[in-house]
Design a protein around this ligand. Structure first.
Ligand SMILES: N[C@@H](CCC(=O)N[C@@H](CS)C(=O)NCC(=O)O)C(=O)O
Length: 334
């Protein structure tokens, strides 16, 4: 299995950690390296890009970690990350989506909002492409990357209005996750699910790389920091059981409350803005104003979550609804 990736890409780290845990052998080709030349290109260039056979056995470029995890689940036996119980499977998908689509706001925001983070990322990111460049060669590339990425902050909705919402939600997430980890090693019990890898991907940057959120993480939860480094290579882990649907602990419900506090209001307002062809999403999240350009991909995320919810057998959906009742997540399916 070959893929193109970079250490500063949270979705690369998500998938690399997944492959390690699943004991699927891989080659990671570094973005910008000589080995990366001549590789097939995906329609939308995103990291990580996997190179996998299509129906005719021809190697093609494939992106998007969430469906890739499902594909690998079917193609490789053992150490699966998708729970068999449809109720747990649904919770896992919701948590993965929150990691991928909400925590990424914190990740991108912190990296390109404060000077110390901009400085570090601008200096280090281009060096991952080629370590042996001169400082003279590096300087203009760092400048270009900084300007380009700061210019993209709007994509995730980071701006002066939303900064406090993003930052407070990251702190609350850390506290809720810390409380959970005091009793259970993973989101859904004794084994990591796709949701753990979604959250992990963003945390490899927030907890380990960017100075401002690294500081926040250590202040709020050294435990979360430790969890990230541990899960990143869990090839040696012998996993235990998932939670049972009838014994979802309070600490997981508290995490779902944090998800429900911020993510559904965003998804719903985003979808509505797109439907109405509005220029901006204007809403309130956590009692504070939120404004950003609509994000079409996240309208798809809402649709997928709704399809998964609607596709549950009635008694399973009732169990999911009972677990989500009062968390705020139920608003997604109202
Ligand atoms: N939904 C995709 C998101 C992947 C993604 O957004 N990757 C980022 C880097 S972490 C990217 O390639 N952005 C475009 C760029 O940097 O040019 C996934 O789950 O794989």
């Amino acid at each position: 299995m070959r893929f193109l990736g970079a250490p500063g890409s949270p979705y690369t780290r998500k998938m690399r950690a997944l492959l390690r845990y699943r004991r699927i052998p891989y080659l990671m080709i570094q973005q910008g390296s000589p080995e990366a030349q001549g590789l097939p290109r995906p329609r939308v260039p995103l990291l990580p890009t996997f190179f996998l056979p299509d129906e005719d056995g021809k190697e093609v470029a494939v992106t998007d970690s969430t469906p890739l995890i499902r594909r690998f689940e079917a193609e490789f036996e053992g150490r699966g990350v998708i729970p068999e119980d449809p109720v747990l499977r649904f919770l896992d998908a919701l948590l993965e989506d929150y990691g991928d689509e909400w925590l990424t706001k914190a990740m991108f925001h912190y990296r390109w909002y404060y000077d110390a983070d901009i400085e570090k990322a601008g200096a280090v990111l281009p060096l991952w492409h080629a370590v042996s460049v001169t400082d003279e060669q590096l300087a203009p590339v760092s400048k270009m990357i900084r300007e380009r990425q700061i210019g993209r902050l709007w994509v995730v909705g980071s701006n002066e209005t939303t900064a406090p919402v993003i930052e407070q939600s990251y702190r609350r997430f850390l506290r809720a996750f810390d409380a959970h980890l005091q009793h259970y090693p993973y989101l859904l019990g004794e084994r990591p699910g796709a949701g753990d890898f979604g959250v992990l991907g963003q945390l490899t940057q927030l907890a380990l790389f960017d100075p401002t959120p690294v500081g926040v993480t250590l202040e709020e939860s050294p435990r979360v920091y430790a969890w990230v480094e541990k899960l990143e290579d869990s090839s040696g882990l012998e996993p235990g059981p998932w939670f049972s649907r009838d014994s979802i602990p309070e600490t997981l419900k508290a995490l779902l409350c944090e998800v429900g506090r911020v993510y559904p209001p965003f998804l719903l307002a985003n979808a509505q803005a797109l439907e109405q062809g509005a220029e901006r999403v204007e809403t309130e999240i956590d009692g504070k104003p939120w404004t950003q350009k609509p994000f079409p991909y996240q309208a798809k995320c809402l649709r997928w979550l709704r399809e998964a919810h609607a596709g549950l057998p009635d008694h399973d959906r009732a169990s999911v609804d009972a677990i989500l009742a009062g968390t705020g997540c139920e608003a997604l399916f109202a």
